[in-house]
Design a protein around this ligand. Structure first.
Ligand SMILES: Nc1ncnc2c1ncn2[C@@H]1O[C@H](COP(=O)(O)OP(=O)(O)O)[C@@H](O)[C@H]1O
Ligand SMILES: [Mg+2]
Length: 261
């Protein structure tokens, strides 16, 4: 049984059990709840039925807001499946068990889910636009609810390292490449990444991939230029630490925004 099938089976059995006992027994199913909740399982199931995902493997990264899984489609291509988590904080985790299953709070659960779905669709859209503008990003494939499917960057289920772990062999050239990607995003896709740093750039055999586009904003966003300056500053600081000389943040920033029509 695949990872996914196992979980699905657990949830199915849980429902059966619930019907039989006609009462809730939360503790026994805590582990399944921890992994995927029902709407997430349903969304995964849809993605499988639609032929987008064939098999799910293990988790490759666990962050504050999302978990990333390695998966494959039926052609055997590697996929990255980013699942946005609903219970992102200990606090929410601790309160959720008091509102979960209480019909008076069903609405609140739906609202949280809806916000996460919007966030997920936003990352998908940003990835599409960046990709179309010629920025090297994992090609987005599909999204459903809180699940984003994209190309897997790495080999045999092992994600490529971040540049903070494996810095580019030619920092000078890599710096130019990242600046070019920032420029294409701003001038062609009209978006600012807004969370750009050495933590969101992967180094796959010296090809740099910009990931994690959930926070990106349109250049008309009131804080877009502030975010752009911060992105540039993060990149300049990182590459300077690698020993290269760069123009000042201010120079790069000004030169770029002069080009915005
Ligand atoms: N397309 C991908 N292919 C392979 N690994 C990925 C991919 N996207 C993300 N990852 C892995 O998951 C980690 C977290 O992804 P990211 O999009 O940065 O989410 P977060 O919001 O948790 O920072 C990355 O650092 C990387 O190791
Ligand atoms: Mg990240």
């Amino acid at each position: 049984m695949s990872y996914f099938e196992e979980d699905f089976e657990k949830v199915r059995r849980r429902d059966e059990e619930r019907r039989r006992k006609r009462r809730k027994d939360e503790d026994a199913f805590e582990i399944v709840e921890e992994v995927f909740d029902r709407p997430t399982l349903m969304a995964l199931y849809d993605l499988i039925n639609d032929g987008i995902i064939d098999r799910m493997f293990g988790v490759v990264a666990t962050g504050k807001e999302a978990r990333v899984y390695w998966a494959k489609n039926s052609r055997g291509d590697d996929l990255a499946v980013k699942i946005f988590l609903k219970e992102t904080s200990d606090f929410r985790r601790s309160i959720i068990k008091y509102i979960d299953g209480d019909p008076r709070f069903a609405r609140m659960r739906r609202d949280i889910r809806h916000i996460i779905k919007i966030w997920c669709s936003k990352e998908f859209k940003n990835l599409k636009e960046a990709f179309a503008a010629g920025v090297r990003v994992p090609e987005p494939i599909a999204f459903r609810e809180n699940i984003l499917v994209m190309k897997f960057i790495g080999d045999d289920g092992v994600p490529a390292p971040l540049i903070r772990e494996v810095p580019p062999g030619d920092p000078e050239e890599a710096f130019g490449t990242v600046l070019e990607y920032i420029k294409r995003a701003v001038l062609k896709a009209k978006i600012v990444h807004a969370d750009l740093s050495e933590y969101n750039i992967m180094n796959w055999n010296e090809e740099l991939y910009i990931i994690d586009w959930g926070s990106a904003v349109h250049i008309t966003h009131p804080q877009a230029l502030e975010f752009l300056r911060r992105d540039i500053s993060n990149i300049v600081n990182f590459f300077r630490k690698l020993g290269i000389e760069t123009p000042s943040v201010e120079d790069i920033y000004k030169r770029l925004i002069r080009e915005i029509p």
